[in-house]
Write a protein that binds this ligand. Structure first.
Ligand SMILES: Cc1cc2nc3c(=O)[nH]c(=O)nc-3n(C[C@H](O)[C@H](O)[C@H](O)COP(=O)(O)OP(=O)(O)OC[C@H]3O[C@@H](n4cnc5c(N)ncnc54)[C@H](O)[C@@H]3O)c2cc1C
Length: 529
């Protein structure tokens, strides 16, 4: 019997993940990164191969293992990995569109596997924080930006490239880092000794960490290397690895520092202000990661349903399935547009940086939440086949909630939006200026932007209303971006449904003969089809 007879689709492999993604291709041009087309094309080519897809499965089937001691009982605190890698591009090529180019590449590559992107993301994100201490940046920047992945714990002076992680969260709290108890004692010769614990430290095989600890002058940011210049291990002891819901290819650990050597980054007492640059860049990657999960889920669902029949017709021809697929496809497309606009704001300053301040917190809240719902719906489009590991959907499903938890969970980001509006009113001006670029084009959108402005000017119960506000901000921004840049039909359906003309679940769009074309726009085509 042939596979066709069994009513099973061919595997979604052997296609270019980038070229199959029209919204991404269009956004890459639009956001000033057309010069990176060749790079993202190459990554997309590899990401769609059967081999790369297999790597994703292997990385999850062989999770990292902790080796705390060698055969003689000496502490080594290493985590063994199947090596894999991608580098950070904007620091090497600081040109227009560099962050947008990296976002596109990271989004395409993360579709193979999400977990291994964590240390890649943290290494990319560490540099802007490190630059607040220029002498340290001079020493470490060439290693951070090097193209060589040089695994193994050795003094950084002996390495061709390094990876960075971050250690903020403690057992008693991650959102409220000011309550950190880990403390840093100055040695008198310019450096510090750090003692305490951290409750979640991902990718502990990294070469160095930005760590928050209480110094005499208050909570401060430190660079803590795993190996000291003389080759001895710093007192960074991995207690155990976390047994996590998903993200299993990425080690996350509990660590203890016992008088570990560290050097300060920025000023004493300004730890949050210093590390926030790292946090903001990893928050961008949470948005990219969520967009990537949505895209892969939609690609799988549109592919599966185009090959699977029920009740005498392809699933992709059943009107209700078309409605569901179109609904998740427009959500994915609007998220890709938002992610690329946001990433390109990281390339700019002035108004762009004000826009970025608010749009980042709004997008981190909204896109990460939406990814969870989109992935769940895409999984259901596969029926029972989607509940089976081989379909990739279970892995996407387990990964999806994570982006909303780390680097500031949903509520924390929603509250950050309020903080930004209060402390940096110019960020709200820049945000509204962006949304108002389509003023007059769609009365329903204009009316909702006016409602938003009224809601924002009302200070009562602001915290309790924060999620409602942020939701309105996210939807109005996405609608405005779609009107300006999106495919006209997708933009029309997206705006109508997200501005009130649909139900609460996906698949509640108004019937429209164009929904099938929206699904086709999202469906990746295999070369021989
Ligand atoms: C897989 C994984 C890897 C991680 N890797 C790292 C890492 O490498 N380095 C690192 O430092 N951390 C890491 N973390 C930790 C992560 O950043 C924290 O879990 C996160 O910041 C939340 O902190 P918490 O877990 O202590 O939750 P809490 O701070 O206890 O928060 C619990 C809930 O309360 C909400 N909340 C908090 N304050 C308020 C408020 N004022 N109003 C309303 N709601 C509120 C939060 O949004 C959250 O939903 C990782 C976490 C995971 C799951």
């Amino acid at each position: 019997m042939t596979r066709h007879d069994l009513n099973q689709p061919p595997p979604l492999a052997g296609y270019n993940v980038f070229e199959a993604d029209r919204p991404l291709r269009e956004a890459l041009e639009r956001e000033g990164a057309a010069w990176a087309h060749g790079l993202v094309h190459r990554i997309g080519e590899i990401a769609g191969t059967e081999e790369a897809i297999r790597w994703g499965f292997q990385a999850n089937a062989n999770p990292p293992e902790l080796r705390t001691h060698d055969r003689f009982g000496h502490r080594i605190d290493e985590v063994e990995f199947h090596p894999d890698g991608l580098h950070a591009l904007p620091w090497r090529e600081p040109r227009t569109g560099a962050h947008a180019a990296r976002a596109a590449a990271f989004y395409v590559w993360s579709q193979v596997e999400g977990g291994h992107g964590c240390p890649v993301s943290m290494t990319y994100a560490a540099l802007p924080a490190l630059r607040k201490q220029p002498d340290l940046a001079r020493e470490w920047e060439p290693l951070i930006t090097a193209l060589d992945y040089d695994p193994g714990l050795r003094p950084h002076g002996d390495k061709r490239g390094v990876l960075f992680g971050m250690a903020m969260t403690e057992r008693q709290g991650g959102s409220d880092v000011r309550a950190n108890t880990t403390h840093a004692e100055p040695t008198g010769s310019g450096d510090y000794r750090i003692t305490g614990h951290k409750w979640f430290v991902s990718a502990p095989m990294c070469d160095a960490f930005l760590v928050l600890a209480q110094a005499p002058g208050g909570l401060s940011c430190f660079l803590l290397p795993r190996v000291l210049p003389d080759g001895t291990r710093n007192a960074f002891h991995i207690q155990r690895l976390k047994d996590k819901l998903g993200n299993r290819s990425n080690a996350s650990s509990e660590v203890e520092f016992i008088s570990a050597h560290a050097v300060i980054v920025g000023e004493e007492g300004r730890g949050v202000k210093t590390i926030i640059d790292m946090v903001n860049h990893t928050r961008l990657d949470c948005v990219i990661g969520s967009a990537s999960l949505m895209r892969q889920a939609v690609a799988q669902a549109t592919h599966h349903t185009a090959h699977r029949k029920a009740f005498g017709k392809l699933l992709s021809e059943q009107p209700l399935m078309v409605n569901v697929l179109a609904d998740i496809a427009i959500e994915s497309e609007a998220t890709t547009a938002l992610m690329m606009r946001l990433a390109s704001a990281f390339d700019g300053d002035g108004d762009e940086s004000h826009f970025r301040r608010l749009a980042l917190a709004v997008s981190k809240y909204w896109c990460c939440k939406r990814a969870i719902a989109v992935v769940a719906e895409a999984l259901e489009c596969h029926g029972g086949n989607g509940y089976v590991e081989e379909s990739i959907l279970p892995r996407l499903y387990r990964e999806a909630p994570l982006n909303s938890i780390w680097e500031g969970s949903g509520n924390v980001n929603a509250l950050d939006v309020l903080r930004a509006i209060q402390r940096e009113p110019e960020s709200l001006e820049a945000f509204l200026a962006e949304v108002n670029k389509t003023r007059g084009e769609l009365p329903r959108l204009d009316a909702i932007v006016d409602t938003l402005k009224r809601e924002l000017s009302d200070p009562s119960d602001a915290e309790s209303r924060a999620r409602r506000l942020v939701e309105l901000m996210a939807i109005t921004l996405q609608c405005s971006l779609m009107l300006r840049f999106g495919d006209p039909v997708v933009a029309e359906v997206f705006c109508a449904s997200r501005l009130g003309d649909s139900g609460h679940q996906f698949g509640t769009l108004r019937p429209d003969p164009r929904l099938g074309a929206i699904v086709e726009r999202a469906r990746p085509e295999l070369p021989d089809q």
